[in-house]
Design a protein around this ligand. Structure first.
Ligand code: 1CP
Length: 320
């Protein structure tokens, strides 16, 4: 999840120095510092590269901006003509600062702290590319899948290629684990979920495994609900990140029996802290500590979160 970010004063200082968010992503020295900040402050067991899922459309030639307080803005791609204006293949040289960040971080982390690289899953990245930003109803992406499925598939295939290349480059630079973020798994029908979410993630996972059999692949199909059942088996991922809507005991009985689990504290509970957080951590640990488990949030840290709460959470998780 996003573990760096605005809840850290040391992040806000570097963010201001960089000017805008993408400048920060493409400045290896600063991005490496931001990646390391939360690990240095809280002693996490893993660092996640500081970057964004939207650097992939950017390297495919799409205009991408981050407007402060408003999230991402992209020049929307709505049909085949728009698609033809982008590059056929990802320009990896545009992302060389990201890979340089990975190697800088890898050189600074102690051996017992894992470095996680990541990318957005194709469906989720396509949704941002087509909607032009975040969306309430996702009408443009859904419309395209129905009006012109074969045209939409060209975009998905391009994203499968781009994402695979982007993950390969991160692994070559020193990422030890990769995570695929499928943040918009929850907006599709179950058959579309199989076709547009499961299918592409399966292909990417297979390709990563072919080239790097020892690098674990984690997937986070946020909001997939019933779609979580059978997802790891169908995609071949090594671990499943679960969002906070799933009950930890249900996850233990129905998912953890097949696949290692990462999750799933509600970030809102981290923000509130105190006994609410203590109780929620207890529920998660009691349900999931008996099997392969990585404690994590069920989504990214909220900007208003007090840092004391994060420190206390780490302590609660590490307590027997
Ligand atoms: O610790 C880290 O910061 C890790 C780096 C990281 C990751 C893994 C960032 C930095 N973003 C992401 C993934 C990401 N980006 C996802 C998948 C996870 C999720 O569902 O949150 C998504 C959807 C994005 C797109 C994105 N980036 C949004 C849009 C969210 C929406 O409502 O549609 C926004 C606002 C961002 C900006 C961003 N990316 C990362 C950070 C720290 C921030 C905040 C920027 C800032 O406040 O300075």
């Amino acid at each position: 999840m996003r573990q760096a970010g605005r809840y850290l004063s040391e992040y806000r200082i570097l963010r201001e120095k960089a000017g805008n968010f993408l400048n920060l992503c493409y400045n290896p020295k600063l991005a490496a510092k931001v990646t390391l900040q939360p690990v240095e402050r809280f002693g996490f067991d893993a660092a996640i590269l500081f970057s964004d899922i939207l650097v992939v459309p950017h390297a495919l030639g799409q205009e991408v901006k981050f407007v402060d307080g408003n999230g991402p803005r992209l020049r929307a791609v709505r049909n085949k003509q728009d698609l033809n204006k982008l590059f056929d293949r990802i320009k990896l040289d545009r992302l060389s600062p990201v890979y340089e960040t990975v190697s800088l971080v890898a050189g600074h982390l102690s051996k017992d702290v894992a470095l996680i690289g990541f990318a957005g899953a194709p469906w989720t990245v396509a949704a941002y590319m087509i909607e032009g930003g975040t969306s309430k109803n996702f009408e443009f992406v859904k419309e395209w899948t129905r009006r012109d499925p074969s045209g939409f598939e060209i975009l998905i295939n391009r994203l499968i290629e781009a994402t695979t290349a982007h993950l390969y480059a991160q692994i070559e630079a020193g990422a030890e684990v990769v995570q695929l973020f499928e943040s918009w798994a929850g907006i599709v029908s179950s058959s579309d979920f199989q076709k547009w979410c499961v299918g592409p993630v399966k292909i990417i996972t297979k390709r990563v495994k072919e080239r790097f059999p020892d690098v674990p692949v984690i997937a986070f199909p946020r909001g997939a609900a019933m779609g979580y059942v059978g997802y790891a088996e169908a995609t071949g991922v090594d671990a499943l990140s679960v969002d906070y809507t799933l009950s930890p005991t249900w996850v233990a009985e129905n998912l953890q029996t097949h696949v290692p689990i990462q999750g799933n504290l509600d970030p809102q509970v981290l923000l509130v802290g105190g006994s609410a957080m203590k109780d929620a951590v207890h529920v998660i640990k009691s349900a999931l500590n008996g099997g392969p488990f990585v404690f994590n949030l069920g989504h990214g840290v909220l900007p208003q979160t007090p840092t004391d709460h994060v420190a206390e959470l780490v302590q609660l998780v590490r307590e027997e």
